[in-house]
Ligand binder design. Structure first.
Ligand SMILES: [Zn+2]
Length: 127
């Protein structure tokens, strides 16, 4: 059966609706690896709020990983001006959401997001 009868695997909330966290695409439109059979052995179940935070975390992680690639001169999605702009906007959005929620994200701290935004700001935006 495709359901989890326990509690949210991030915050431990019980009794609420839980969602299996498997998303089709990552921030850059690539297939999200949890969907591949080898990495979907342990699907996670999250409550509504944690799913939302997990989405933010996933985008943050994707952007961070591409930024690292950019730094070492590997092919990076962020070498495209459009993606770079989209990523910086997304970080601002994530920051705004983190500031706007009362419960801290179980996955992501505002400090980490601020750091990545700073790092992005040190790079000249590709055109
Ligand atoms: Zn939760």
């Amino acid at each position: 059966m495709d359901s989890w009868s326990g509690s949210c695997q991030a915050c431990g909330t019980e009794g609420g609706p839980l969602m299996k966290f498997s998303l089709g695409k990552d921030f850059f439109g690539r297939p999200y690896d949890r969907l591949s059979p080898s990495s979907d052995q342990n699907p996670k179940w999250y409550c509504t709020l944690c799913s939302m935070h997990k989405n933010l975390h996933r985008d943050f992680r994707d952007i961070g990983a591409e930024f690292d690639k950019l730094g070492v001169g590997h092919g990076s999605e962020l070498s495209k001006g459009d993606e770079f702009r989209r990523a910086s906007l997304r970080l601002q959005e994530i920051m705004a959401i983190l500031k706007g929620t009362q419960q801290p994200s179980p996955f992501l701290s505002g400090h980490d997001v601020a750091l990545l935004m700073e790092r992005l700001n040190t790079v000249t935006m590709p055109v």
